[in-house]
Ligand binder design. Structure first.
Ligand code: BGC
Length: 836
């Protein structure tokens, strides 16, 4: 790591910007195109909408990245050499919106002060709804095409709203979009949104809709490339789009204390298809500038793998990439099932017009299994499994029928994760179907699997043995590095105080405000990094691991200095940016300045929309390189919670409503990061963290089958395939137990069932009693219970955490063995990262 003391653009910034621009079109989803795109022979554009100049590169909160600059859509269009004839409108809108937003934040700040509340906590994630306004668009101006950019922003700390200006379009927006659509032959609605917006009312009255999403620093340039046909969109939706009242979760979302996940396994397309509700745009849907023909060739299945080939031919006249999606419909006579479940997908390489490629799939047969709560088993129930192949969840054909003669027990587990007070909904109508389905089922080639050929996997739930507890030997970390002793000998040589220090992040504050900003930038070594491991074992040479946020890049302070006392000091605020009234306080012109301009990659949802694991890996590689440059060891990303509802304010950070898509993206971005020596990821937030309302004290109530098949399966895939070294537990409770205090999920499932051997950290301040919880049913998580249940480190670390652990130790409520076990998990990672 070298400190960058020049403010000039660095080579890596250019290289990464080019890569992001190149891969961004893979995340754009063309929702509709009646011969408008790509725009040919256009010179002048009529550009309108709240995202045209105020383009959104990603959401707010710890997931926001402090970039040097990002291209807006207005800039991108001008960079491409086109003229914009609606500058007046853009100026007027910008001016209006600046005042509107200032007013909104000033009122919020005043309200917080009056109520004696911490303004930072109270304002977190809050954004004004897009208002109505009276700025007329000028359709008399001649332009070759019109573009309306509709933007929405959300972020950590608040959920989205069922209101115009958020999920719904405002009157002004609808009016302006339809006016432009009427007056210009070539009109494109661009969606610069992190999640769903309702389009039912207008979609049939406009010729082209391009979901651009939020693509980070090259958003504007990448949009111009796609509009002008220098690149083509090849993304598909990773979440179903429909009016919000049609989602199964809407009725049971956003509850303050107990959130009942009554929809069970019927999340996203699993619900829409099984209950035959027509979405606006289905899961897996997306057009391109060309067309493809998919010809599935060979299917073969054994007890371990399902292999398949499909020939994909570009039958149109433009280059493109296609995604091949594989779904299964399972027998449902013994246990309710979803109409279909995604079990695999792959994207082709770029295919020129007329070109073909044969895609080969190898998928684990275990993806066909279902969890039977009654006997705590993952099972392949006897019967017929229909394999469906296509390019969207509603455009598939049955390619084979796999028949299993008797029930197979794939794994014998324990009933874990707690209980609810309700039973899940069940479909009461025939599912979605299409004309040829019955015939396809009848004609499908049959492949038989015999139950007797399968083996049942047993899990060892025994407590991890850590051997002798304390020793009188004295060692330093060098003895571990020189292989004189192993990590555990070192742990045993520590005093209980030393071992306990390891179990929290580094601290020298005990209150929010004691440090500049504890959430999001508690590191003392790297300006703006979110946290770091303890300094208390420095004299024993134990290295310190630095953690920085993501997932849309690395979140650091862009400018910092080092004070005379050697203290690192941000010169630009990080998490509190825009909230500080006292803007001048950080200005200090004589100090040497250092620069940390990190690249903003597309948001999680956009990466998932690429349906291309290679793309996720490339973004991981970019992050890994920048971690090397800026001295970050652990990236606090990817975030892979399930998009249970479009209302979740952090959905933009997450990948998908589907566990397979979520898990694979997390695994591949981790692989990309881990190509870099000593660098790793933290998969977060484990688990069932699906709303921001009362985020630290909300209880996700989920029946075990849904918990395992939906909310944990994504993490299972990420752990097994990506092998990250860290997991972050979530703020919420799971069936009444804090995720950070939950032995079932943290030890029995994560370690015993899945074999995770890194360390688990809490989310920031989950144990902090100074975070207000008055008026809510549940309280904070307990530091001692964190350690006992398998949450090895408490972040960002408070003196009260260490005190709690030591007091409990004195009272016999936690054993030295339990402390050692957590310390060992942490030191193992410190050791492994220093080897890599
Ligand atoms: C967020 C985490 C983040 C952490 C550190 C928390 O508020 O929930 O996702 O990693 O802060 O900034």
């Amino acid at each position: 790591m070298k400190k960058i003391s020049s403010s000039k653009v660095q080579d890596f910034e250019i290289k990464h910007a080019n890569l992001i621009r190149k891969y961004s079109p893979e995340s754009m989803v063309l929702l509709k195109n009646n011969h408008v795109l790509p725009l040919n022979e256009v010179k002048t554009i009529a550009l309108y909408g709240n995202g045209a100049r105020n383009t959104i590169k990603g959401g707010t909160g710890s997931g926001d990245v402090n970039v040097r600059h990002f291209t807006t859509i207005e800039e991108g269009i001008e960079n491409a050499g086109l003229t914009i004839n609606s500058k007046d409108w853009l100026d007027q809108y910008t001016n209006f919106k600046r005042h509107y937003d200032d007013d909104f934040y000033t009122k919020l700040r005043t309200k917080a002060k009056k109520a004696g509340k911490n303004p930072f906590l109270m304002m977190m994630g809050k954004a004004p709804l897009e208002p109505d306004y009276d700025i007329s668009i000028n359709t008399n101006e001649k332009a070759d095409a019109a573009i309306y950019v509709l933007a929405r922003i959300s972020g950590e700390g608040a959920d989205r709203k069922i209101a115009s200006g958020d999920l719904k379009l405002t009157k002004t927006e609808k009016h302006d979009i339809l006016t432009l659509s009427k007056n210009y032959q070539k009109f494109v609605l661009i969606l610069n949104v992190g999640g769903m917006v309702e389009l039912e009312e207008i979609k049939d009255r406009i010729p082209a809709i391009l979901l651009v999403s939020q693509l980070g620093m090259e958003t504007g340039n990448a949009v111009a490339d796609v509009l002008l046909g220098k690149a083509y969109p090849s993304g598909k939706l990773a979440m179903t789009w429909a009016p919000i009242e049609n989602y199964a979760s809407t009725k049971n979302f956003n509850k303050l204390d107990d959130v009942r996940y009554k929809e069970g396994i019927y999340v996203g397309y699993r619900y829409f298809d099984s209950f035959n509700i027509k979405p606006t745009y289905e899961f897996g849907y997306g057009l391109g500038y060309t067309k493809f023909k998919i010809n599935p060739k060979l299917v073969d299945v054994n007890e371990k793998e399902l292999s398949m080939k499909a020939e994909v031919k570009n039958t149109g006249c433009f280059s493109g990439k296609e995604v091949i999606e594989v779904y299964v419909s399972k027998p449902n006579d013994k246990i309710v099932q979803t109409y279909q479940t995604l079990i695999g997908y792959q994207k082709t390489n770029e295919l020129a017009a007329g070109q073909s490629e044969t895609i080969e799939f190898t998928l684990p047969t275990s993806e066909l299994a279902s969890y039977s709560t009654k006997d705590a088993q993952y099972k392949l129930f006897a019967g017929d499994y229909y394999l469906r192949v296509g390019n969207s969840s509603h455009n598939t054909h049955i390619v084979a029928k796999i028949n299993i003669d008797k029930d197979v027990v794939l794994s014998q587990l324990q009933n874990l994760g707690g209980k609810t007070d309700f039973t899940d909904i069940k479909p009461n109508v025939p599912p979605y179907s299409y004309l040829a389905e019955t015939k396809e089922k009848k004609n499908a080639p049959v492949i038989k699997l015999l139950a007797e050929n399968f083996k049942t996997q047993e899990v060892d739930y025994e407590e991890e043995k850590v051997g002798k507890i304390e020793s009188t030997e004295k060692y330093t970390w060098n003895d571990v590095l020189n292989k004189k002793i192993n990590v555990f000998d070192f742990v045993k040589s520590l005093s209980v105080e030393q071992a306990s220090y390891l179990l929290t992040g580094n601290y020298d504050f005990d209150q929010i405000g004691g440090s500049d900003s504890v959430i999001g930038s508690a590191s003392q070594t790297i300006a703006g990094a979110a946290g770091e491991t303890t300094h208390h074992l420095k004299d024993l040479n134990v290295p310190i691991l630095i953690m920085a946020d993501g997932p849309a890049g690395i979140r650091l302070s862009p400018i910092y200095t080092i004070t005379k006392d050697g203290e690192v000091k941000s010169l630009s605020s990080s998490f509190k940016e825009g909230l500080d009234t006292d803007k001048g306080k950080n200005k200090n012109s004589d100090q040497v300045k250092y620069y940390q301009y990190c690249s903003a990659i597309p948001i999680g949802t956009a990466i998932a929309q690429s349906w291309n694991n290679k793309v996720a890996e490339i973004y991981g590689d970019i992050i890994g390189q920048e971690m090397e440059i800026f001295g970050i060891d652990i990236w606090l990303a990817p975030a892979l919670n399930i998009q249970r509802s479009p209302l979740d304010g952090r959905d933009f950070e997450y990948y998908s409503e589907d566990p397979l898509v979520s898990g694979l993206n997390a695994a591949y971005i981790t692989k990309g990061v881990q190509k870099h020596l000593g660098k790793t990821t933290t998969i977060k937030h484990f688990a069932a963290n699906n709303q921001e309302t009362n985020r630290m004290f909300a209880n996700s109530m989920i029946n075990e089958r849904a918990l395992r098949e939906i909310y944990l399966h994504n993490f299972e895939i990420a752990v097994k395939l990506g092998k990250p070294h860290a997991v972050m537990s979530s703020y919420n409770l799971i069936n009444g137990v804090h995720a950070a205090n939950n032995k079932d999920t943290l030890t029995k499932i994560l370690r015993n069932e899945w074999g995770f051997n890194g360390f688990v950290m809490t989310d920031w301040l989950t144990t902090a009693s100074f975070i207000p919880n008055e008026g809510t049913k549940y309280s904070h998580s307990s530091p001692t219970k964190c350690i006992i249940s398998g949450n090895d480190m408490i972040m960002p670390g408070l003196k009260s955490d260490t005190q709690d652990i030591l007091n409990s130790y004195k009272k016999g409520k936690i054993t030295r063995e339990q402390i050692n076990r957590a310390a060992k998990h942490i030191l193992n990672v410190i050791y492994e990262l220093s080897l890599r």
